[in-house]
Design a binder for this molecule. Sequence first.
Ligand SMILES: [Zn+2]
Ligand SMILES: [Zn+2]
Length: 435
Amino acid sequence: MKHLTKFAVAASLLCAAPAAAQTQTAFPASVESSIQSVLPRMIAWRRDFHEHPELSYEEVRTARVVAQHLRSLRMEVRTNVAQTGVVGVLRGARPGPVIALRADMDALPVTEEVDLPFASRVRATYNGQNVGVMHACGHDTHVAVLMAAAQVLAGRRNELAGTVIFVFQPSEEGAPPGGLGGARRMIAEDLFGDLEPEAIFGLHAWPIRSGAVSIASGPTMAGSDRLRITVHGSQTHGAQPHRGVDPIVVSSQIVNALQTIPSRQMDAVRSPVIVTIGSIHGGVRYNIIPDSVQMEGTIRYLNPETRDELYARIRRTAEEIAASAGARADISIEPNAIPVVNPAESTARARAALVRALGEENVLTDQPNMVAEDFAYFQQELPGVFFFYGVNAPGVETADAAPNHSPRFFVHEPAMETALRAMLAVALDRVAPSP
Ligand SMILES: [Zn+2]
Ligand SMILES: [Zn+2]
């Protein structure tokens, strides 16, 4: 994969002009002037978070900055929701619906390779290893954008018809072993209290054109589950395989056969599926057939209705291949995230608001992707719409941009203005007083 050149990074940083000289004029003049005045702060917040990234459930500093800001806007603020989460409630002066806007706050165990003045030099211990920590998924921008949206909306409090809940969520990047990820844990800790939002909105930095957003109804991001398979054979001499049961040969058959589930057993259009074995361990010496092999992998799927069938096929494939060799396969599947599915009606309404704010040419409809997002758990509770905003530096195509989670992941900062306008558009569509 080609990566962004230093030149492109520098050019993009120098370009202080807004992301897109686009038809961004849909807001009333008063909102427009608050947007303009918050932009420099938004960029400063983002750079600060970028330089000080924190791993999942360790977002202590980030949460403190967020809570301080929300309090300065005279919001009701709850902290330590799901350990490090922050929830702010903004009550408009007029009656109206309740809505929620969500940003995730955690960074990743990735060592930054982008040449930025505010690049992360933070290191931490993760899974017993000393690692670099980086906002390699753009959550720093999500937090800064939502803080900016909070400031703009709090400034309009006297005109707002309804209530806006700002949800700053910890630990999006996968649940800790045996625990809950941030979205599920916030829900378990009753983050909305007595309030009943009619909708929740979230966005994600994504390597598409800056100035554009992408939104689609239906399955948008994949369900993601962790697969563990242990193949139990019987240890023997490498020259006498018939005296034991070889779990390495059995594991090889299982790895290959698992690939026929997406390609031969599931409906390729209705139920796109990926089964990846990402780690396989067995054996200590070249001439010993070991007793067992451990494998781990990830299962991705878009159609929640076919998940149980998919699980059953994975189990059957592994168990019966092992049985045919006289081995045994123990299988465990641990759910990590369910698919993000955007409901048709709310998505159409959000899309219309985005088109009004950003112009038709800047509202794209992409194919779903097989990455996961735990925003899906909010969608289980209430209508939720999730969309993407483009972060590519000018002239960089998606194929050439470093993907999310790469040490070279890069956000063209002026694109954050588009994200802010998008958040304000979907929010004001619900809580702006009707003219
Ligand atoms: Zn991520
Ligand atoms: Zn992310």
